[in-house]
Design a protein around this ligand. Structure first.
Ligand SMILES: *Cc1c(COP(=O)(O)O)cnc(C)c1O
Length: 274
């Protein structure tokens, strides 16, 4: 819940995360593209006031993983008036019947979770119908941990989907690859293999489609591992609880119970939507 003192806490947490992002970026091997990583503040389950507070502290990129929650926050009158430069990332599983709602979201910046040709085609059609002058930036979500509970396409299908987006989806601009990876990976075991797999996917993609490595972003890394992710090449980290505090899921919130229960039960904040 919102309370006095929260503003300072968010400001402090943001400053500390930013420091760590810069530090990790400075420590990358020179072989990696020297892209300044983008920090996406994941505000799911958190109130609009906290988004505004983070914005006041200079944060511009925000992420949500449920379409309905994104629609509500992005259209919130206070957010619209106080955060004119806000940029929203959609980072959750996108169901077909939510596509039109999603493309109508004000200040939608990147859709990070395209994972099939069908979905790409439908999003493309919806975006073109909207008649926007700009293309919609999209990432392709790869399931690097081969867990069934995770969305994303199989790594071997990546090249084909990216090719499809580039050749058959004129409304979309492919900008990178995204992955979640397995939970609770112990970094004492060495570099996270899921992140390494995404790096390999990028290499293969660039080779086969003739793309420049620095033209393909990598969205990987969350609260528990964003520094490691940047050190190995992430250009887009999605950080929630370290900035906004732990998410509290209550079963008593009417209408949200099924969503919150799903997350809670799976112990996984990115599981299939409902
Ligand atoms: C919730 C979520 C995050 C942020 O998780 P934290 O551990 O709170 O940083 C990042 N990515 C996705 C896809 C998420 O659903």
């Amino acid at each position: 819940m919102w309370r006095a003192g929260m503003s300072q806490e968010i400001g402090k947490a943001l400053a500390s995360v930013r420091d760590k992002v810069h530090h990790a970026a400075a420590g990358r091997p020179k072989s990696l593209p020297a892209v300044q990583p983008r920090l996406v503040a994941v505000s799911k389950t958190k109130p609009a006031d906290m988004v505004i507070e983070a914005y006041r502290h200079g944060q511009r990129y925000f992420g949500e993983n449920y379409v309905q929650e994104l629609v509500e926050k992005a259209s919130d009158a206070n957010i619209l008036s106080s955060c004119p430069e806000i940029k929203w990332h959609f980072i959750g599983h996108l169901q077909k019947h939510h596509i039109n709602k999603l493309v109508a979201v004000p200040n939608l910046y990147i859709l990070e979770t395209i994972d099939s040709v069908k979905l790409a085609d439908k999003v493309n059609a919806s975006w073109q119908k909207k008649g926007s002058a700009e293309k919609l930036k999209v990432m392709v979500q790869v399931n690097t941990s081969s867990e069934e509970s995770k969305h994303g396409l199989s790594p071997s299908d990546t090249v084909e989907l990216v090719k499809h987006i580039q050749e058959k989806c004129p409304g979309l601009e492919f900008i990178g690859l995204m992955t979640i990876g397995s939970y609770g990976y112990d970094l004492a075991q060495g570099p996270n293999p899921d992140f390494q797999l995404l790096l390999k996917q990028r290499e293969e993609l660039c080779e086969k489609l003739g793309l420049a490595v620095d033209a393909v972003e990598l969205s990987m890394g969350m609260s528990s591992d964003f520094e490691h992710a940047i050190e190995v090449g992430s250009t887009n980290v999605r950080v929630g609880s370290t900035i906004f505090g732990e998410r509290v899921y209550t079963k008593t919130v009417k209408g949200e119970a099924s969503v919150t229960n799903t997350e809670e039960k799976m112990g996984n904040l990115s599981v299939k939507e409902q």
